[in-house]
Design a protein around this ligand. Structure first.
Ligand SMILES: [Zn+2]
Length: 620
């Protein structure tokens, strides 16, 4: 950390920083009489100016919101930076090399930062002039094809780097810049050639509108640089992880609306601003990273973690989903504020504006959903949530996402959300996530579980799994089959109304289907059952059932108790499944389907109550 700023230097910075110039980069000021200037306050929303700057006294004051102070206070407030940072910013601006009371570590060579900024500014003006001139035809054609005319190009300061190879270098050296300064600015290469040649250029500025560097797009087939986009290399002022294209344009709206929209390209930023989404920015030549997030956070400037939205626009495709997941796994400090706006057609904002107009872009942003919901939905989309095993597998896939959330205060909300998306009991979801946390670090083990076998599941006839005879959850099914094998005469003609779907274990289900398939034929009952479905596992099962002890003498009532248990459990599953679907169905979207499901649910509940009356009888 730097030490205390030298008093003398501080005074000089104050003296030389003209408040009307500094404020003027953020607010359009007009003369108001009495030596005062006025404009729209950058710190509160207003339609008529109540923000005043008095250059003679070096102060600003807003009669609307009461904000006021000197030039340093203004820089602190507008950029959300510390006192020292504000002083450094202003010192750079007016060309003062600050001294610190205790050394303050390594300082940059005097004035280089400012020289680089100045060279960039001159370069931007030169490039803009080239775009309008005869050399810039190809650049203008490119912009035209993106729906941007001359006025727009001017508004965004777009330029064109000529193909000559040394034009910019010669232009700037004639203005007094040295080779060394231009190399350090990233404007020319060590060998003296211009860094950008034959490309359309976007000036990348900071919030104070200083040009930090450029983004450049290839437009000629024979461009010697392979990359479609080329950016200023890292320089004393251009750090790609710390710059956002459009920040100078979006700065005030971001602060005012407590919202920032992150898009992917320069033309996307332009399209957004032209469409009224004036909070759009883009990272330049690199993925949106943690530093970008912090930069935006400072600009959102609410200072309140709960406030502010950062909205990412992604393609709905796999790449977009991966990008979203990456943001999710990045700096989670802003997770609660991070949103995703997905364009289902896959069009980027620039193309969307060309094809569907400005309103479509505003709607895209309006459709934003919280990032974690987007990520979770993507994970769950790969599973069949109509099936118990599908829901369970989806839960297991999503659990690591929830358990990776570091902010504990967010977890309960996300658990609720996940259980809603799955249509599962929140408590069950919470348990599974807890298990995932405990399991973390070890490879996920996934042992087959007959619980996942389900009605409607394709029957693996060749190799039926052997059911565990001591499994208490399957006791009703096994007991019912035991009675069916031992005392079929105690069942009604329709086997007490049982159906194959009532049996969850594939072997039990297969055995019941064999029973259904028998009919009144000759021969021993168990042999007839086995003939209907010859399978080694079934044969073994029938033998086991035939010798297992039956606690009471089989009677019709006893058989009905067992079969009712099986029916009740099956009904409970169906009801849970239907409730889960109802939870996931928006009645506003499909009222008839919702009503049908609801009617079925009522019917199932009625059957369940009737069965309960039977099953309530004295058990074995
Ligand atoms: Zn104000």
């Amino acid at each position: 950390m730097a030490g205390l700023i030298n008093e003398e230097d501080l005074a000089t910075v104050r003296e030389r920083s003209r408040i009307d110039e500094v404020v003027g980069t953020y607010v359009t000021l007009r003369r108001a009489g009495g030596g005062s200037l006025t404009g729209l306050c950058p710190f509160h929303d207003e339609k008529t100016p109540s923000f005043h700057v008095t250059p003679a006294r070096g102060f600003y004051h807003c009669f609307g919101c009461g904000e006021g102070g000197d030039v340093i206070a203004f820089v602190q407030k507008i950029n959300n930076v510390s006192f020292a940072e504000a002083v450094e910013y202003l010192a750079d601006r007016v060309g003062i090399q600050l001294r610190y009371s205790d050394g303050g570590g390594q300082r940059m060579e005097p004035g280089l930062r400012l020289r680089v900024l100045e060279a960039n500014q001159q370069a931007a003006e030169y490039f803009a002039g080239q775009l309008i001139g005869s050399a810039g035809l190809a650049g203008r054609q490119f912009l035209d094809s993106r729906g941007f005319d001359k006025v727009v190009a001017e508004q965004f300061g777009i330029g064109f780097a000529p193909t000559g190879g040394r034009d910019l270098g010669q232009h700037l050296k004639a203005k007094g810049f040295t080779d060394d300064e231009l190399v350090k600015a990233g404007l020319i290469r060590e060998n003296g050639w211009d860094f950008f040649q034959g490309r359309v250029l976007w000036p990348i500025r900071d919030a104070g509108r200083s040009v930090l560097g450029f983004g450049a797009r290839r437009i000629f087939e024979d461009d010697r640089m392979p990359a479609k986009y080329l950016n200023t290399p890292e320089t004393i002022v251009y750090k790609k992880s710390n710059v956002l294209y459009g920040l100078d344009l979006a700065r005030q709206s971001i602060a005012r609306k407590s919202q920032a929209v992150v898009v992917e390209g320069y033309t996307d930023v332009m399209a957004c601003h032209l469409a009224g989404v004036d909070t759009a920015v883009a990272s330049c030549g690199t993925a949106f990273g943690d530093d970008h997030a912090r930069l935006l956070q400072r600009m959102l400037g609410t200072g309140d973690v709960a406030g502010g939205e950062v909205i990412f626009t992604f393609d709905g495709d796999a790449a977009g989903q991966a990008a979203a997941l990456k943001v999710f796994k990045g700096d989670q400090n802003f997770l609660a504020q991070t949103y995703v706006a997905v364009e289902p057609t896959g069009l980027d904002p620039c193309d969307l504006r060309i094809q569907q107009g400005d309103a479509a872009l505003r709607e895209l942003v309006g459709r934003r959903v919280p990032l974690y919901r987007f990520v979770m939905r993507n994970v769950l989309a790969g599973y069949d949530l109509d099936r118990v095993d599908g829901r369970l597998a989806a839960l297991r896939a999503a659990a690591p996402l929830v358990s990776s959330i570091r902010d504990n205060s967010l977890v309960p909300g996300y658990l609720r959300e996940l259980s809603q998306l799955l249509g599962m009991d929140p408590e069950e979801v919470r348990r599974e996530v807890k298990v995932t946390v405990q399991r973390r670090g070890r490879p996920a083990e996934r042992k087959p579980d007959h619980d996942e076998a389900l009605p409607g599941m394709p029957e693996p006839k060749a190799s039926l799994p052997v059911p565990d005879p001591t499994d208490r959850r399957l006791e009703a099914e096994r007991g019912t089959l035991r009675l069916l094998i031992r005392a079929p005469e105690t069942f009604t003609a329709d086997w007490n109304g049982l159906s194959a779907d009532d049996f969850t274990h594939p072997a039990y289900r297969a055995l019941y289907e064999s029973v259904l398939a028998t009919g009144d034929g000759p021969g021993i009952w168990t042999q007839r059952v086995l003939q209907a479905n010859p399978d080694p596992v079934l044969e073994q099962l029938v033998v086991s059932l035939a010798v297992e002890p039956v606690l009471r003498t089989p009677t019709e009532a006893y058989s009905r108790e067992y079969s009712s248990q099986v029916r009740l459990l099956a009904l409970a599953r169906q009801i849970a499944q239907l409730k889960s679907r109802l939870q996931r169905t928006n009645p506003l979207e499909d009222q008839p389907a919702y009503d049908r499901m609801f009617a079925t649910l009522v019917n199932l509940e009625k059957q369940r109550r009737e069965l309960l009356a039977v099953a309530a009888g004295p058990a074995a």
